[in-house]
Design a protein around this ligand. Structure first.
Ligand SMILES: Nc1ncnc2c1ncn2[C@@H]1O[C@H](COP(=O)(O)OP(=O)(O)OP(=O)(O)O)[C@@H](O)[C@H]1O
Length: 772
């Protein structure tokens, strides 16, 4: 069944436009009502603030009166808070209405339930809207159970799930709208599930610097991901451009709607691959009428857990090293370090070491005050190991904290009499002096006669206060020293063969307070198990995009940190660009585990059919890859004789692409090193931007970017400046594949000398070869 473009001149168009007008009219009325409520509320908040103290009974004579006064203040404050909250909700509602006014809905289906005699026309938009009587839905939220009909079915029999069971019936009409500025711009009747025109249009547009919401064209298989509610772990393996990120964002919006009473933005977190990606997707949720959720890179998350005493290598620096420093004398050692520390075997070894620490080995630091050791590390260790051996390490440390605080008391008392305190008192400025004095009086209830003693106590208490605070934060535990010991004296039969050389490098790094990327998650895990984790209970839904880039040890850490959290992992094994990532990846079916459900997406929407047909032949995995039927030019493979010609060809191709109206072209290089070389060669001739790890937002125009930073992002056209066999070796298949699949409309590959093995694998009819 095909697609019918509803004619602008016809009656249907007019009827639908009249309905749009009616809905807009309703929105206008609701806006007016809300504006009125907002003004009333604002006035009453102002008044409440002004008269706040009038309604509070202040009486501090007797303890009972104080309690009453406190209660009275609390009550007033609560009232104010509630009003402000309602005001915030009104604001949100007004924002949504404004969005609806521009584009009230994008779909309609006529559905006749099996038990009903008449059909109902359902209009679907980003948020629901009731009529004035609050009886009928003028618009259904796309996330309502009934809206599933629109995404999952074509004309004929259809059904949707509700809490009370399945509702079945017949779909007699399915219509798509493009409405902008309250005017219908396009209208299509379709018999297919939403493939077709609207999707063609959406995909045919130029790439934008921010991701778009796909709400009006969600595909059936994507809808399954979005609405999945059963699985604790939802694993999505989807080929490049299959809409994983898009579906993830729609899913966030869906869950926030479905569990709107329980789920706030703080309860949802997304690990994104880099800051550029974070800004790239930032507008999708607001477009859907939802607030943004917590977004963080895994690097930042680890940095936060490890603390700023360590520098941590970024994943990109690790990548750059493995790609460019193959001549380094320690290169192989580094590779085996990455290999081993990425495994679960290493995490198990850490567990074994932690177990041994129950009987000996935890390192401590002296507790000193003004350069004098008050409590030595040996005493702390003695106390620690005198505690019940059955207790966990963190529980024992809690007891040590209490013991230390008690032990400090006599020292604090003794310090009060020392000479240095006098100097400190003299240094107090007048204001601090008075404050300290009154504070001390309040606390001690002593007479002013003993003024000096009081001030002495105050000064010492303040300094000991910060000491105690450090103790409470376990500053007396030498975490890195204890970790170091694992690589120094500790004995185990389960160490890998290459342990000696790995240990040497690890110790060197720890001495410099530096952690390689592969070491960061294991170290954070160790630190947490030793000191006690503050596991992230607040996060109820965790989303991990580009999940193929996480090592097993990193996943183990994440699972450990979020034991009660539901997770959605999205990735593509074909794009596993980090050396350590192929083994034990949870996206691989056999590793999915009991609580997990795995969904595969095989259709690629980003690139034209021609690009997908070309790239799928050298895709690393065995996954099926199906193109969406969108026509374009065949990829161009330009053979050149020498490097000097490369720059000339880039110039020529960029001009060609710009002439065709493409707004974003990326020259995608294998490494930052290569990106910098190309950038220096081009920057004086053309307007070009080099993206780096620290780039926080995407711009249009001509960009140069290493592959690992272009992950998850797309461009109108992609130029690969050096696809020679010397530059891309067999092991770099995923890198090359990832680079090619960033292109939406055009792909240009330049080959100085011989083409790489992947191009040779592609069917020759799928690309155009240009020999100079
Ligand atoms: N249902 C859809 N309707 C409209 N556009 C879609 C749909 N699904 C995907 N797209 C578009 O396809 C492109 C790729 O989507 P997305 O970036 O979400 O894919 P991905 O699987 O995360 O890709 P990759 O793994 O290659 O980074 C985007 O431009 C997105 O808007």
């Amino acid at each position: 069944m095909g697609l019918v473009n509803v004619s602008k001149e016809g009656q249907t168009w007019q009827i639908e436009q009249r309905r749009v007008d009616k809905v807009i009219n309703e929105i206008n009325k609701k806006e007016d009502q809300l504006a009125l409520r907002a003004t009333d509320l604002k006035d009453s908040v102002i008044e409440l603030r002004e008269t706040f103290w009038d309604d509070v009974t202040v009486n501090l004579d007797e303890p009972d009166d104080v309690i009453e006064t406190e209660a009275s203040i609390k009550q007033q404050a609560e009232l104010l808070k509630q009003k402000e909250l309602v005001h915030g909700n009104i604001d949100d509602e007004r924002k949504t209405l404004k969005q609806l006014k521009d584009n009230p809905y994008f779909g309609r289906i006529d559905f006749k339930e099996d038990d009903e005699s008449s059909k109902e026309a359902l209009y679907i938009g980003i948020s629901s809207l009731m009529d004035a009587a609050e009886e009928d839905f003028l618009i259904y939220d796309w996330r309502a159970p009934i809206s599933s009909l629109y995404y999952d079915h074509s004309l004929g029999k259809g059904s949707y799930e509700t809490l009370d069971g399945e509702v079945t019936g017949e779909i007699t009409l399915k219509r798509q709208f493009i409405i902008r500025n309250s005017q219908i711009k396009g209208m299509f009747d379709t018999g297919l599930t939403i493939g077709d025109q609207l999707l063609q249009e959406a995909l045919g547009n130029n790439a934008s610097t921010t991701m778009k919401s796909i709400v009006s064209t969600i595909q059936k298989e994507q809808n399954k991901i979005i609405r999945n509610e059963q699985s604790k772990y939802l694993l999505v393996q989807g080929v490049a451009g299959s809409g994983k990120t898009s579906a993830a964002l729609q899913r966030i919006a869906y869950l926030m709607y479905r569990y709107r009473k329980e789920l706030n933005p703080e309860n949802v977190m997304l690990f994104s691959p880099n800051p550029l990606f974070t800004s790239y997707i930032n507008n999708v949720l607001p477009e859907l009428g939802e607030a943004n959720v917590k977004q963080v890179t895994f690097f930042d998350y680890l940095q936060d857990k490890i603390g700023n005493k360590f520098t941590i290598e970024s994943p990109f620096a690790q990548m750059e090293y493995t790609l460019t420093k193959t001549e380094d004398i320690h290169f192989n050692r580094r590779l085996s370090n990455i290999g081993y520390k990425s495994t679960l075997a290493f995490m198990k070894l850490i567990d074994e070491y932690l177990f041994s620490l129950l009987t000996e080995g935890v390192q401590f630091k002296n507790i000193s005050f003004r350069k004098e050791v008050l409590i030595s590390k040996h005493r702390i260790s003695e106390y620690f190991y005198s505690l019940d051996k059955q207790m966990t390490l963190p529980n024992r440390l809690e007891l040590v904290v209490r013991w230390l605080v008690k032990e400090l008391r006599p020292f604090q008392k003794a310090e009060v009499k020392k000479d240095w305190v006098e100097e400190k008192i003299e240094l107090l400025d007048k204001e601090a002096y008075v404050k300290a004095y009154y504070e001390s009086q309040k606390q001690e209830n002593e007479s002013a006669a003993n003024e000096e003693l009081i001030l002495r106590k105050v000064v010492v208490a303040k300094m000991f206060g910060s000491l105690k605070q450090q103790i409470q934060q376990f500053a007396f535990v030498d975490v890195s020293g204890t970790y170091y010991q694992m690589f120094a004296d500790w004995k185990s039969d389960n160490k890998p063969e290459e342990w000696q050389s790995l240990a040497k490098q690890t110790k060197k790094n720890l001495e410099k307070k530096h952690l390689y990327w592969e070491e960061a998650a294991p170290y954070a895990y160790f630190k947490g198990r030793l000191l006690g984790h503050t596991s992230d209970r607040q996060v109820r839904q965790l989303f991990i995009d580009e999940a193929q880039d996480y090592a097993s040890s990193q996943f183990a850490y994440i699972q450990h940190m979020f034991p009660y959290t539901n997770m959605t992992l999205l990735g593509d094994i074909n794009q596993a660009i980090y050396v350590q990532m192929t083994k034990e990846n949870p996206l691989i079916p056999s590793l999915a585990g009991r609580n997990a459900e795995r969904i595969t997406l095989t259709k690629s929407y980003r690139s034209t059919k021609q690009i997908v047909e070309f790239t799928k032949h050298f895709a690393p995995g065995n996954e099926e890859i199906e193109p969406f039927e969108r026509e374009g030019k065949k990829p161009r493979v330009i053979m050149v004789n020498d490097n000097a010609e490369v720059i000339k060809r880039i110039n020529e191709q960029v001009n060609k692409l710009t002439e065709q109206g493409y707004e974003s072209t990326a020259i995608i290089c294998k490494t930052m090193q290569e990106s910098e070389i190309i950038y220096s060669a081009l920057k004086d001739h053309m307007d070009v931007t080099l993206l780096s790890e620290d780039t926080y937002s995407l711009t249009k125009g001509l960009l140069i970017v290493p592959i690992y930073l272009a992950k998850g992002i797309e461009f109108d056209a992609v130029i690969i400046p050096d696809a020679s066999s010397e530059h891309y070796t067999l092991s770099e298949r995923s890198l090359f594949y990832t680079a090619c699949t960033r292109a939406m409309h055009e792909l240009v590959i330049i080959n100085p000398m011989s083409p790489n093995v992947f191009i040779k694998e592609a069917v020759t009819s799928t690309y155009e070869q240009i020999i100079r």
